[in-house]
Design a protein around this ligand. Structure first.
Ligand code: ZN
Length: 85
């Protein structure tokens, strides 16, 4: 509660992936951030780097969840897998 993660968008910064204005600290705009999170093919090293980091973070989170709450993790994993295209 009261600990909502925020994303800063710098409107003067151009997205490294698509070149549109408004980039997050990752160098990507929100549209490209979502693309990378969905596992879409990224065109630039920045985009691919973000996608790789995201994937690693997901794997870490799953590993940690399994360790702490084996039952809950299984439910979360099946939801995550089911939500993937
Ligand atoms: Zn973009």
């Amino acid at each position: 509660m009261g600990n909502v993660p925020t994303i800063t968008v710098n409107m003067d910064e151009k997205c490294k992936e698509c070149g549109k204005g408004g980039a997050t600290p990752s160098g990507l705009c929100l549209v490209c951030v979502v693309k990378a999170m969905k596992g879409k093919l990224m065109k630039t090293p920045t985009g691919r780097g973000f996608a790789a980091k995201w994937e690693a973070a997901q794997k870490r989170a799953v590993k940690e969840a399994k360790r702490q709450h084996p039952k809950a993790a299984l439910t979360a994993i099946s939801l995550f897998a089911g939500g993937k295209p």
